[in-house]
Design a binder for this molecule. Structure first.
Ligand code: HEM
Length: 418
C-alpha cells in the first residue's frame, strides 16, 4: 500500500461533510469531477469504527470512471471490503454475504439466489406488491397528516422482503426494527446510550438467529419462499452453510430495505417540489412511470458509495494507484456528472437516456433487486399519485453518513384524497 500523495484539499472524509445536504456535497464533487477525477483522501471519520481508517483512499467521482472500475473486478476487487473503513472480518462475513466477495465464490452464491429475482419471478408477486401498496395508502388516508417515512416509505420494502424470505407476519416488526437499527447504528438517536458497535453486533446476532430459525423450519417443511429455496439449493454439490444463509438474510434485510425506502422519501420531496413533473406523471402515468422511476433512483442515489481495492498497480487518469489501495466509487457524484447527463441538476421524469449508476456501475455486483425495486416504486407512486394527488411534504430530516442517503423523518400533509 502506498502512503499516497498529500490529502486532497476538498475533504470528503469528515462527518460534517456527510451531514450536509446532497446539494452542498455536489458543489465539492463538481470541483473534483472537473479538476481532479481521482483524488487521495484521509481516512473517513467513522463513528462506528473509530480506528478503522487504514491509510486513506482514492475517490472516483466521474460517471465514466465509476462504470469502468465497476466493470473491472479483476483490478478492483470487492473481496477485501466494500465499505470505506476496514471492519473486523467476522463482522463483514456476518453481514455482507456475496456483496463483499469476488469470483468464483461470488458468482456461485449470486447464481444461487438470482432465480428469486428474475422479472418472471417478480411478476408472480406483482399483484401482492400492488395490493400491499394499496393497503399502505389506505392507512395513510385514514391516518391523515403524519411522518411519511414511518407510514409510507418504509412499509412496502419491508413487507416485500419479509414476504419473499418467508418471515412470519408476527416477526415482521422485530425484523424491521433490527434491520433499521443495523444501518443507522451510527446515529446517536438510534444507538441511545449504547456504543454503536454493540448495536451492530446485537442486530447482526438477532437477524442471524431469525434466519437460522427460519432455515430450520423450512428444512422441516418447505414453503414457496426464498428461504426454502436457499436451504434446498446446491452449488457444485455443496449446500449453503448456516453462516452463508445468515449473511445473505442480513444482506437482503439491508439492501432491499433502506434503498427503496429512501428512494420513495426523496421522490416524495422531489415531486412536491416540482408540481409540473408531478402533474405530468399523474396525467400520463402508464406512459411515463418507467422513465420516472429511473429518474427517481438517479435523483435519490440512496446508495452513495461503495469501495473496491486495487489488486495490482494501475493508473487512472495518469494517477498511480498501488496494489492494496482503497478506491471509493462516489455514485452520488457520478449521477450528477455533466458529461453523462443533460442538465443533471434538473429533476426530469422524462429523462432519456438516463444511464444512472444508482443500481451500480455495471459489472458482477450490479444490484440484484433492481427489477423488484422498480416494481415497488411503480406500485406505490401509482397509488399515491392517483389517490393522494396533492400530498405535501415538509422539511426532510436527513440521516448523516457516507453510505446511505437516508431520510429519517418527512412530515406530510395528506389534503384531499380519493
Ligand atoms: C432503489 C432501490 C435500490 C438501489 C438504489 C440499490 C442499489 C444497489 C447498489 C448500488 C448495489 C451495488 C452495485 C455494485 O457494487 O456494482 C446493490 C447491490 C445489491 N442489491 Fe440493490 N438496490 C436497490 C434495491 C434492492 C432490492 C429491493 C434488493 C433485494 C430485495 C436488492 C438487493 C441487492 C443485492 C443482493 C446486492 C448485491 C449484489 C452482488 O453483490 O452481486 N437491492 N444494490
Amino acid at each position: 500500500m502506498t502512503a499516497g500523495p498529500a490529502f486532497d484539499e476538498v475533504d470528503l472524509s469528515t462527518m460534517a461533510f456527510w451531514s450536509t445536504t446532497a446539494a452542498e456535497r455536489e458543489r465539492s464533487f463538481a470541483v473534483l469531477r472537473r479538476e481532479r477525477p481521482v483524488s487521495w483522501h484521509r481516512p473517513l471519520e467513522n463513528p462506528l469504527l473509530p480506528d478503522a481508517g487504514g491509510g486513506g483512499y482514492w475517490a472516483v467521482v466521474r460517471h465514466a470512471d465509476v462504470v469502468a472500475v465497476s466493470k473491472d473486478p479483476q483490478t478492483f476487487c470487492s473481496g477485501r471490503g466494500v465499505m470505506y473503513g476496514d471492519a473486523p472480518p467476522e463482522l463483514l462475513e456476518a453481514s455482507q454475504s456475496f456483496l463483499a466477495m469476488d469470483a468464483p465464490r461470488h458468482a456461485k452464491l449470486r447464481r444461487l439466489v438470482a432465480s428469486a429475482f428474475t422479472p418472471r419471478r417478480v411478476a408472480t408477486i406483482d399483484a401482492q406488491i400492488r395490493a400491499q401498496a394499496r393497503a399502505v395508502v389506505d392507512e395513510l388516508v385514514e391516518r391523515g397528516d403524519c411522518d411519511a417515512v414511518e407510514h409510507v416509505s418504509r412499509r412496502l420494502p419491508m413487507w416485500t422482503i419479509s414476504e419473499m424470505m418467508g418471515v412470519a407476519p408476527e416477526d415482521g416488526d422485530a425484523f424491521a426494527a433490527m434491520a433499521n437499527r443495523l444501518v443507522a447504528a451510527g446515529d446517536p438517536e438510534i444507538a441511545g446510550d449504547s456504543d454503536p458497535l454493540t448495536v451492530v453486533v446485537e442486530c447482526l446476532m438477532g437477524l442471524t438467529r431469525m434466519a437460522l430459525e427460519l432455515a430450520a423450519a423450512r428444512r422441516a417443511h418447505a414453503a414457496d419462499d426464498l428461504m426454502s429455496a436457499l436451504v434446498a439449493a446446491e452449488i457444485d454439490g455443496d449446500r449453503l452453510t448456516d453462516a452463508e444463509i445468515g449473511a445473505f438474510f442480513v444482506l437482503l434485510a439491508v439492501a432491499g430495505n433502506d434503498t427503496t425506502r429512501n428512494t420513495i422519501s426523496h421522490s416524495l420531496v422531489a415531486l412536491a417540489a416540482h408540481p409540473d413533473q408531478r402533474r405530468l406523471l399523474r396525467e400520463e402515468f402508464d406512459v411515463r412511470i418507467d422513465r420516472a422511476v429511473e429518474e427517481m433512483v438517479r435523483w435519490a442515489t440512496p446508495v452513495m458509495t461503495f469501495r473496491r481495492t486495487a489488486t495490482r498497480d494501475v493508473e487512472l487518469h495518469g494517477v498511480p494507484i498501488a496494489e492494496g489501495d482503497k478506491v471509493v466509487l462516489l455514485y452520488s457524484s457520478a449521477n450528477r456528472d455533466e458529461h453523462a447527463f443533460v442538465a443533471p441538476e434538473r429533476f426530469d421524469i422524462d429523462r432519456d437516456p438516463n444511464p444512472h449508476v444508482g443500481f451500480g456501475g455495471g459489472g458482477p455486483h450490479f444490484c440484484l433487486g433492481f427489477f423488484l425495486a422498480r416494481t415497488q416504486l411503480r406500485s406505490i407512486f401509482d397509488e399515491l399519485l392517483h389517490r393522494v394527488p396533492d400530498l405535501e411534504v415538509g422539511e426532510p430530516e436527513y440521516v448523516p453518513g457516507s453510505f446511505i442517503h437516508g431520510v429519517k423523518r418527512l412530515p406530510c400533509r395528506v389534503g384531499d384524497h380519493l
